[in-house]
Design a protein. Structure first.
Length: 111
């Protein structure tokens, strides 16, 4: 999850100039939002697929040492994955709305 947000800052996923050009050409906000969300959610899903088995195994081995054992169920990982996806969608929607509501002329002129 942290890596995905790091990629957001490094890759500059929401390029204001690109969004401005798309808006000038007639793109709707929902199409810009779906374009930006698709790539970012793909990164989060890959990170969840990699991290869930590793974290389950580590937690299972760690909890084996205790006398009173509990089982780690799938709902813990489901809730964690849904929270991370919710945070990602919330972040991207904020950034895309902010970029879409900005004056396109200022974004194109400044870059």
């Amino acid at each position: 999850m942290t890596t995905a947000f790091g990629k957001l800052g490094e890759k500059k996923l929401i390029n204001k100039q690109e969004v401005s050009i798309r808006l000038v050409m007639g793109a709707r906000l929902i199409s810009i939002f779906s374009l930006l969300t698709r790539n970012f959610l793909f990164l989060i899903l890959i990170s969840l697929i990699i991290s869930i088995p590793i974290s389950w195994y580590a937690m299972h081995k760690w909890l084996e040492d205790y006398v009173y054992r509990i089982k780690i169920t799938w709902d813990v990982f489901l809730i964690a994955g849904l929270i991370s996806i919710f945070i990602a969608v919330l972040t991207i929607s904020y950034q895309s709305i902010r970029a879409a509501l900005a004056n396109p002329v200022d974004s194109i002129k400044s870059e």
